[in-house]
Design a protein around this ligand. Structure first.
Ligand code: ZN
Length: 344
């Protein structure tokens, strides 16, 4: 079968690899019908050291179950399933507590040697705990939005939950990538009235407004902080959703949070130490977040997608086949594409 392999920064290839197959009795194999390229795939795309073996890429997919191991009970041949980005057993204490991204058998697809979903098929470890069966056909018109349940919609929702978004709270979203835009959807869905998006790409902030953003701040650094303060009576936002992961984004997030407010951080941090640690301390700001437990969030978000109340699939502005994947990385890297969908 064919799969996406990254060999070094800027070097993404489509290669022939051994067919995905059942290895453990808890495995399933899915034929990938939709996958995509994530903003977080761009970190290795910009920095990966050359590797002969390479890394299989892709951690977001919808597929059809082709085979299951003897110990798989919740999905069956032919089911249409969404594959969250994390492998989880569904049985350990953290999975029971709703945090499968702390699972005792945690793994991340398309990372650390694990198989990736930008491929014709993929082996799914712990299929019962990892996969979520969808009540739709493989060609459903809602596929783009359903695909966001694998990562970006659940991740934006996580930022909102951790930042305690609710009615009567001012919300600021740092970042206008796919996760930031989904965070706007999540904030609106959870009852926020004022939603300020910090972003500077005209198409993206326009989409943010359609998703429910009430204000756009396109400055950076101190000017952005000043603008958000002006919009919030000089106090800052109650809930700040940090969806970038770079130093300046986190520093800005801390500076625009109201004393006593909360930050939900879901951008993969690119610094070992937390930027803004001291102002966060002196302003009693709650800082939380991490890899989103997207699988338990599917149950909550799926009805809104099926009913058309939210349309996170609008973040996809480009569709490619497997041959188009290297070009898809280039387009996202130079910001010609917001988020690329793959139809293998
Ligand atoms: Zn677990």
């Amino acid at each position: 079968m064919r799969a996406t392999v990254m060999h070094a920064a800027g070097d993404v290839r489509i290669e022939h690899v051994p067919d995905a197959s059942i290895i453990e009795p808890t495995d399933a194999v899915i034929r990938v019908t939709r996958a995509c390229i994530c903003g977080s795939d761009l970190w290795p795309y910009r920095s990966m050291q050359p590797s002969d073996k390479g890394q299989r890429m892709g951690h977001e997919a919808i597929g059809v179950v082709e085979a299951i191991g003897a110990d798989v009970h919740t999905v069956k041949h032919g089911d249409v399933v969404v594959m969250p980005f994390a492998i989880s057993d569904g049985t350990c204490i953290f999975c029971h507590e709703g945090l499968p991204t702390a699972c005792k058998h945690l793994g991340f697809f398309g990372n650390q040697g694990n198989d990736g979903a930008q491929a014709e098929a993929i082996r799914i470890p712990y299929a019962d705990g990892t996969l979520f069966a969808l009540p739709v056909e493989a060609d459903d018109a809602l596929m783009p939005s359903l695909l966001t349940l694998a990562d970006v919609m659940g991740t934006g929702h996580h930022a909102a939950v951790v930042a305690k978004v609710g009615a009567g709270r001012n919300v600021a979203v740092v970042g206008d990538g796919a996760v930031g835009l989904c965070a706007v959807i999540a904030a609106k869905r959870l009852g926020a009235e004022r939603i300020i998006v910090l972003g500077r790409h005209p198409d993206r902030v326009a989409l943010a407004r359609e998703f429910g953003a009430t204000d756009v701040v396109s400055e950076r650094g101190a000017e952005a902080v000043e603008h958000v303060r002006r919009l919030t009576g000089g106090e800052g936002a109650h809930s700040v959703l940090e969806c970038v992961g770079l130093r300046q984004a986190m520093e800005t997030a801390v500076e625009i949070t109201r004393p006593g407010g909360a930050i939900g951080r879901v951008g993969v941090p690119q610094d070992a130490a937390m930027p803004g640690s001291q102002p966060a301390f002196y302003n009693n700001i709650t800082v939380g977040g991490g890899p989103a437990p997207v699988r338990p969030y599917i149950r909550e978000l799926l009805p809104d997608i099926l009913d058309g109340r939210i349309q996170p699939g609008r973040v996809f502005d480009s569709v490619v086949d497997l041959n188009g994947v290297p070009g898809g990385y280039r387009a996202m890297d130079n910001r010609k594409a917001l988020k690329v969908m793959i139809r293998p």
